[in-house]
Design a protein around this ligand. Structure first.
Ligand SMILES: [Zn+2]
Length: 344
C-alpha cells in the first residue's frame, strides 16, 4: 500500500472520529456522517484511488477501508446515543409539565329545551295513537286563514300581526294549517300532532316574533268535548306531573265550535298560588275545541259523519311552566349556559 493512501485513511479515521465525538447536535452529527461516510464522502473519494494501486495491494487496501468504515460507524452510533441522551436531559431540565393540571374537558352539547319539550309531547301523544305531521313555514293565505274559517276582517289578517311574503303568502302564524293539509290528503279517522316554528309581528318579555307551537287533531266518528277533555287532562298529568287538575273556560276560535281555553293547576305551587300563576293557582296552557263544521266543509270532509277536536299549545310556554323559566327570550338567544341546564 502506498504511504500516501495509508496516510489519508489514518487522517480520515482520526479527524472523523474526533469530529463525531465533538458534535453538539444530532443534526450536525448527521451532516458529519454524510461528509465522511456518504456517497460522495471523504472515504468514498479515497476508495477511488484503489483503481491506481498494484493488483496485489488492492485486497489489503479494501480491507483497511472497511475496517475504518466500520470503526467510524460505531463511533457515530455511540455519539448519536450520547447526543440524544443529552438532548433528552436538556428537555427534561428546561420543559415543565404539570401533571396536576386538570385534563381538558370536551364541551358536550345538549338538546335545546324547545326540542326537549316537543320530544316529550310526541312520546306522550304517541301512546294515545297520535303520529307526527309537519307543514311548510310559508303558507298560502288560504291554508293559514281561509280554510280555517278566519274571516277577512279578523285581526290576525292585519299587516300589523302577520308577516306577509306577498299578497297571497304569509309566514304561518300558527301550526293549524297542518290540520288542513292532513284533512285534504289523508282519510279519516285521524290522530295527528303537528309542530314547528310559527311567526307573528310581536316581541316583548312574554311574546316572541318566532316561537313554536304544537297542534293536535283527532277526527273520528262520534267525537265529543268529553273526548277532548279526557285527552288534554291525560296529557297534562303525563307532562307536568300527577295530581294536576285541568279546567276549560269558554272561548272563541274561528276554527273550533265550541271553543275553550285550557288551564292547568300550577305545577309549581300545586294550586296554592305563586308568582308564576300570579297567585291564582291556575296557568293557561293553550286553546282547544271541537272542529268547526265549516273547516270540514272547506276540506271536503263529510260532517257530521266525521267529527273531531283540536288543541294547540305554545312550546316555549310549556317549557316556561315546566322548568320555571322567567324570560321567554332565553329560548332563542341560545346562550350555552342556559341550554346546558337541560342536559339529560
Ligand atoms: Zn303557582
Amino acid at each position: 500500500m502506498k504511504p500516501m493512501s495509508q496516510t489519508k485513511l489514518d487522517e480520515i479515521k482520526s479527524t472523523a472520529s474526533a469530529q463525531f465525538k465533538a458534535a453538539t447536535s444530532s443534526k450536525s452529527l448527521y451532516d458529519l456522517k454524510v461528509q465522511f461516510l456518504g456517497k460522495s464522502g471523504a472515504l468514498t473519494e479515497v476508495m477511488k484511488e484503489m483503481a491506481n494501486l498494484p493488483k496485489e495491494e488492492k485486497p489489503l487496501f479494501g480491507k483497511k477501508v472497511n475496517e475504518i468504515k466500520n470503526f467510524l460507524e460505531q463511533v457515530y452510533v455511540e455519539a448519536e446515543e450520547a447526543l440524544k441522551k443529552a438532548e433528552m436531559n436538556e428537555r427534561l431540565a428546561t420543559e415543565e409539565l404539570d401533571l396536576t393540571l386538570p385534563a381538558y374537558v370536551r364541551q358536550a352539547g345538549s338538546e335545546h329545551p324547545v326540542y326537549k319539550v316537543i320530544e316529550e309531547i310526541f312520546t306522550i301523544m304517541a301512546r294515545l295513537g297520535y303520529s307526527v305531521r309537519t307543514g311548510p313555514l310559508i303558507e298560502k293565505d288560504y291554508y293559514n286563514f281561509e280554510a280555517l274559517n278566519i274571516p277577512a276582517d279578523h285581526p290576525a289578517r292585519d299587516m300589523q300581526d302577520t308577516f306577509f311574503i306577498d299578497q297571497h303568502h304569509v309566514l304561518r302564524t300558527h301550526t293549524s294549517p297542518i290540520q288542513i293539509h292532513s284533512l285534504e290528503n289523508e282519510k279519516p279517522p285521524l290522530r295527528i300532532i303537528g309542530t314547528g316554528p310559527v311567526f307573528r309581528c310581536d316581541s316583548d318579555i312574554s311574546h316572541l316574533p318566532n316561537f313554536h307551537q304544537i297542534e293536535g287533531m283527532c277526527v273520528d266518528q262520534k267525537v265529543s268535548m268529553a273526548d277532548l277533555k279526557g285527552t288534554i287532562s291525560f296529557f297534562v298529568r303525563e307532562f307536568f306531573g300527577p295530581g294536576l287538575k285541568t279546567r276549560f273556560r269558554p272561548s272563541f276560535f274561528p276554527f273550533t265550535e265550541p271553543s275553550a281555553e285550557v288551564d292547568c293547576s300550577c305545577p309549581i305551587c300545586k294550586g296554592k298560588g305563586c308568582s308564576l300563576c300570579k297567585h291564582t293557582g291556575w296557568i293557561e296552557i293553550g286553546g282547544c275545541g271541537l272542529i268547526n263544521p265549516k273547516v270540514f266543509y272547506n276540506a271536503k270532509i263529510s260532517y257530521p259523519e266525521w267529527q273531531g277536536f283540536a288543541f294547540g299549545f305554545g312550546i316555549e310556554r310549556m317549557g316556561i311552566i315546566k322548568y320555571g323559566i322567567d324570560d321567554i327570550r332565553l329560548f332563542p338567544e341560545n346562550d350555552v349556559r342556559f341550554v346546558r341546564q337541560f342536559l339529560s
